[in-house]
Write a protein that binds this ligand. Structure first.
Ligand SMILES: NC(=O)c1ccc[n+]([C@@H]2O[C@H](COP(=O)([O-])OP(=O)(O)OC[C@H]3O[C@@H](n4cnc5c(N)ncnc54)[C@H](O)[C@@H]3O)[C@@H](O)[C@H]2O)c1
Length: 351
C-alpha cells in the first residue's frame, strides 16, 4: 500500500466535520490539519477528531502542511477564492456545493481546475445516496429508454439554515433554497439524464416568510459559536423553482423551499419512453408482456458522505476525472442563475 494522502479541511462548521469523519472512516488518508475562521471550532475539532494541527488562516495551512488534497466547507462566497488558492498550491479539491455565488466566479474555478491538472470534484451528495446511484445504473442499462420528463424537489415546510447569517444573505450565499438544496435535486436529475443541453428556463421565486420561518436547526447548534457570521439579513427567497427545457424537447421541473405551507418532501421522478421511476424510496414503473408493473427494489442504505470522499480519493489515485467535475458544477449553477434571472425579469431566459 502506498503512503497515505495528507488531507486538510477548510471550514469545520456543520458539514466540515462530516467530511473529516468520512475521510477517517475510509482509513485511506490522514486528516493532518484543519482551518477555520473560528479558533474555537479549530480547537474543538482537533480534540474531537484527533487532528494534529489547526489554523485560523487557510493560506497558512496550505503553506505549511504540504497537503495532497483539501475539502472546502466554507460559506459559498469563499468557494471561488479558496479553491483557486488550493489548486494553486498543488492540492486536489473536494468543493462543497453550490460551486460559487455566481457563474462568473464559477468560470474562474473551471479555468483554474483545467490549468492545474488537479482533481476538482463537487460535493454533489445525492449522487452517492444508494437510491439515486441505483437509478443511475438502471438508466445506463437502458431501463428507462429516453428520459424526456423529470421532476426534482426538495421542499422543507420549515428549515431555514443559519438564519440571519451567511446562508440568508444573498451576497454571501448566492441565493436561498434553490442554490442551497435545489442544487442537489437538479444535479441528480441532470446526472441521471446524462446532462442534456439546456435551452431555456422559466423560473419563479418568492420570499413570503423571511425571519418569520424561525431557525431551522442547521448548522447543528453544537457546531455554532459566537464568531459565526451574523448579518441579520434575509434577502434571499424561501421558495423557488422553474421549468427547464432541454435540446430534443426534454423538460425538467425543479422546486426548492426552506419555508412553505406544504408537507416537506424531497426526491426525483423520471419518465422515459420505456420506463420510469420515483425515489426515495425507489419505485420502478415499467411494462412487460403488455402488463404494467410497479417494482419496489430493496436497496441497502449506504454511507453517503463516505462514498462521496471515497470517489474523490479514487479519482486522485487513478488520475480519473470525477463525474461531478468543475464543468458540471458550472452547468448546474448556470441553470439555477437563469431561474433567478427569469423570475426577476419576468421572462423566459435562453441559455
Ligand atoms: N453537501 C451537503 O450535503 C452539504 C450540507 C450542508 C452544507 N453544505 C455546504 O457546505 C458549506 C458549509 O456549510 P455549513 O453548513 O457547514 O456552514 P457553517 O456555517 O456551519 O460552516 C462554515 C464554516 O466556515 C468557517 N469560515 C468562515 N469564513 C472562513 C474563512 N475565511 N476561512 C476558513 N473558515 C471560514 C466558519 O467559521 C464556519 O465554521 C456551504 O457551501 C454549504 O452549502 C453542503
Amino acid at each position: 500500500m502506498g503512503k497515505k494522502l495528507r488531507v486538510g479541511v477548510i471550514g469545520v462548521g456543520g458539514i466540515g466535520r462530516i467530511h473529516i469523519s468520512s475521510y477517517q472512516k475510509t482509513g485511506e488518508v490522514e486528516v493532518v490539519a484543519v482551518s477555520d475562521a473560528s479558533l474555537n471550532k479549530v480547537k474543538q475539532v482537533e480534540k474531537e477528531f484527533g487532528i494534529p494541527r489547526g489554523y485560523k488562516d487557510p493560506e497558512e495551512m496550505l503553506e505549511k502542511e504540504n497537503l495532497d488534497a483539501v475539502s472546502i466547507c466554507t460559506p459559498n462566497f469563499l468557494h471561488a477564492s479558496q479553491s483557486i488558492l488550493s489548486l494553486d498550491k498543488g492540492c486536489h479539491v473536494l468543493l462543497e456545493k453550490p460551486m460559487a455565488t455566481n457563474t462568473r466566479e464559477a468560470r474562474e474555478i473551471v479555468k483554474k481546475a483545467k490549468e492545474s491538472g488537479k482533481v476538482l470534484m463537487m460535493g454533489m451528495t445525492w449522487r452517492f445516496m444508494s437510491s439515486y446511484s441505483y437509478l443511475k445504473r438502471l438508466a445506463q442499462q437502458g431501463e428507462f429508454g429516453d428520459i424526456y420528463y423529470a421532476q426534482g424537489k426538495w421542499l422543507r415546510r420549515r428549515g431555514v439554515p443559519g438564519m440571519g447569517g451567511w446562508f440568508t444573505t444573498k451576497k454571501m450565499s448566492g441565493g436561498g433554497p434553490l442554490v442551497d438544496i435545489g442544487v442537489h435535486a437538479l444535479d441528480c436529475l441532470l446526472w441521471i439524464m446524462d446532462f442534456p443541453r439546456p435551452e431555456r428556463v422559466s423560473g419563479f421565486a418568492f420570499q413570503r416568510f423571511g425571519f418569520r420561518a424561525g431557525d431551522g436547526g442547521w448548522p447543528p447548534p453544537v457546531t455554532r459559536d459566537e464568531q459565526d457570521i451574523k448579518t441579520r439579513v434575509f434577502d434571499v427567497e424561501d421558495l423557488a423553482g422553474g421549468i427547464i427545457h432541454f435540446s430534443g424537447g426534454k423538460v425538467a421541473i425543479l422546486e426548492a423551499s426552506w419555508a412553505l405551507n406544504l408537507e416537506s418532501a424531497n426526491g426525483i421522478s423520471l419518465a422515459g419512453d420505456r420506463g420510469g421511476a420515483t425515489a426515495p424510496p425507489v419505485k420502478i414503473y415499467r411494462e412487460r408482456n403488455g402488463v404494467q408493473e410497479t417494482i419496489i427494489p430493496e436497496i441497502p442504505e449506504g454511507e453517503t458522505y463516505v462514498e462521496e470522499v471515497k470517489e474523490f480519493l479514487r479519482c486522485i489515485k487513478e488520475g480519473k476525472e470525477p463525474s461531478a467535475n468543475a464543468e458540471k458544477g458550472y452547468e448546474v449553477l448556470r441553470i439555477l442563475e437563469a431561474i433567478y434571472t427569469s423570475s426577476r425579469e419576468k421572462r423566459e431566459v435562453q441559455l
